[in-house]
Design a protein around this ligand. Structure first.
Ligand code: PA5
Length: 462
């Protein structure tokens, strides 16, 4: 297996020599974390060996990958639309893959079509806003019999997803030419004791995929949760998994300076301790906008905690914010540069020079616009990122950059694994359980209570 990792991490602008002693960390402060990082690594890998934490083992399930590729091929033979019904960790990774690889997928789709294989359109319905639901099912109605639905819920009981499942099952049952057994695929916990959806699936003859018990929702994109919609959309899921495996190899190192996820977690945590409690993620890539939203969920649900591992009521956690370059240079960047010194910005830089050159214009133009003529959007895009990064540095705003040669299945796999490890190391640094989400659970329980589910109490209302 070729495990060459392509991601590079540039932390230069988080240090005092770049942004000043008041706002940057010193190399000595950073060095002091090498010992704790080695201990954290041993602990994380021990938990992995014990089977307590499983996201880092997902890239190695080649049987599942084969099975999913074959299912994707079968689906592509009859379906025009592939609809994911899920929310949170059961949707955001799917959206990220679809949006990141969108353009290349279209190209692949065309070549697949000419080779006689269809690649269905991917929809991800991660809301139950009645307006959206009604508009979506009106839109899909003419092609309902050629639409597959992948219901994804680890717990097998989330109200949003289960209501969508019930709606679709009934719709298919009453529509001629449709079949819920053929058109609905369930992805859930394999244990029927834990998952109601699994029990329904067992008795209903549905095709089902498992979500390993030791893989939580927001860490599940490289399981069947994310892989099926990715494969159906034309993504090379083996490349995605190879990228993730390459990053797993780097992030398993107990040596901090060889472990990019540990370095990144330490950089952000050191700044959190200096009241820089806002972590901005800012990809300079239109296609990675959804990755930023996936990151926000991963960061917020994993680190935003009331209770620590050793102490109760610590009320900790950084606030993640998603921005996009260059668009947000003309929006929130004013705040990032001149507002409170409470942020660390993470750029994701994709090598523009490796991409097809897109000229702005070649002819002579108005004198004041000549600086653009003969140049490319690639150069302008890169210049804007460099300018923003330097402006932030000069205004003593710590920032770092994750560099990728391209947005591809391979680098996306690396990014997923990098951030999942980074949040795991962050959990160790903040002293919280990065794998639970008690706040989300409480909201779910109150919803059940308000909707009259047996055994659940509604919240006290005004
Ligand atoms: O990361 C998580 O655990 C959550 O965001 C869940 O993915 C989300 O609440 C949906 O839960 P489920 O997959 O059980 O429907």
């Amino acid at each position: 297996m070729d495990q060459k990792s392509l991601l590079k991490l540039d932390l230069g602008n988080i240090f005092a020599d770049a942004v000043g002693a008041e706002h940057g960390v010193s190399p000595a402060e950073f060095d002091a974390l090498s010992g704790p990082v080695a201990d954290f690594t041993r602990d994380i890998q021990r938990r992995r060996q014990n089977g307590e934490v499983g996201f880092m083992d997902l890239p190695y399930d080649s049987t599942l990958a084969e099975d999913i590729e074959s299912k994707a091929g079968e689906l592509s033979s009859w379906c025009e639309n592939f609809v994911v019904l899920g929310i949170g960790g059961s949707a955001l990774g799917n959206i990220t893959v679809r949006d990141a690889l969108g353009h290349s997928l279209k190209k692949q789709t065309r070549s697949c079509r000419s080779a006689g294989r269809n690649s269905p359109d991917i929809f991800i319905l991660d809301n139950i806003d009645p307006v959206l639901i009604s508009e979506f099912f009106d839109f899909i109605a003419p092609q309902l019999s050629r639409t597959a639905f992948n219901v994804i819920t680890k717990s097998g009981s989330t109200a949003e997803t289960m209501s969508q499942f019930l709606h679709v099952r009934e719709l298919l049952a009453r529509t001629g030419g449709c079949s819920s057994e053929k058109q609905i695929i369930l992805t859930t916990d394999p244990d029927a004791e834990r998952s109601l959806l699994r029990r329904i699936g067992d008795s209903g003859g549905y095709c089902m995929y498992p979500i390993p018990e030791n893989v939580g929702g927001r860490f599940s994109v490289l399981s069947a949760v994310g892989l099926l919609s990715a494969a159906v959309g034309g993504c090379d899921i083996k490349e995605l998994l190879l990228g993730a495996a390459a990053m797993d190899a780097r992030c398993s190192s107990p040596e901090m300076y060889k472990n990019p996820a540990a370095l990144y977690a330490c950089a952000l945590y050191k700044h959190y301790l200096r009241d820089k409690t806002v972590d901005v993620i800012m990809p300079y890539s239109h296609h990675l906008q959804s990755l930023a939203l996936w990151y926000c969920q991963l960061w917020a649900e994993s680190l935003g905690k009331r209770d620590g591992l050793k102490e109760k009521n610590i009320f900790t956690g950084p606030t993640p914010i998603a921005s996009t370059g260059v668009t947000d240079q003309h929006s929130v960047m004013q705040l990032y540069q001149d507002g409170p010194f409470d942020k660390v910005i993470t750029f994701i830089e994709v090598d523009c020079c490796r991409r097809e050159r897109v000229p702005i214009c070649e002819n002579d133009v108005e004198p004041d616009l000549r600086y653009l003529s003969g140049k490319s959007f690639n150069e302008l895009f890169q210049a804007e990122l460099t300018a923003t990064r330097c402006a932030l540095r000069d205004k003593q705003r710590p920032n770092c950059t994750i560099k990728l040669p391209e947005v591809s299945a391979r680098t996306l796999g690396e990014l997923f694994m990098f951030f999942e490890y980074a949040v795991t190391y962050s959990g160790c640094l903040y002293g919280v359980d990065a794998f639970d989400q008690p706040g989300v659970e409480l909201g779910k329980k109150y919803t059940y209570g308000l909707m009259g589910r047996n055994g659940f109490m509604p919240p006290a209302l005004d």
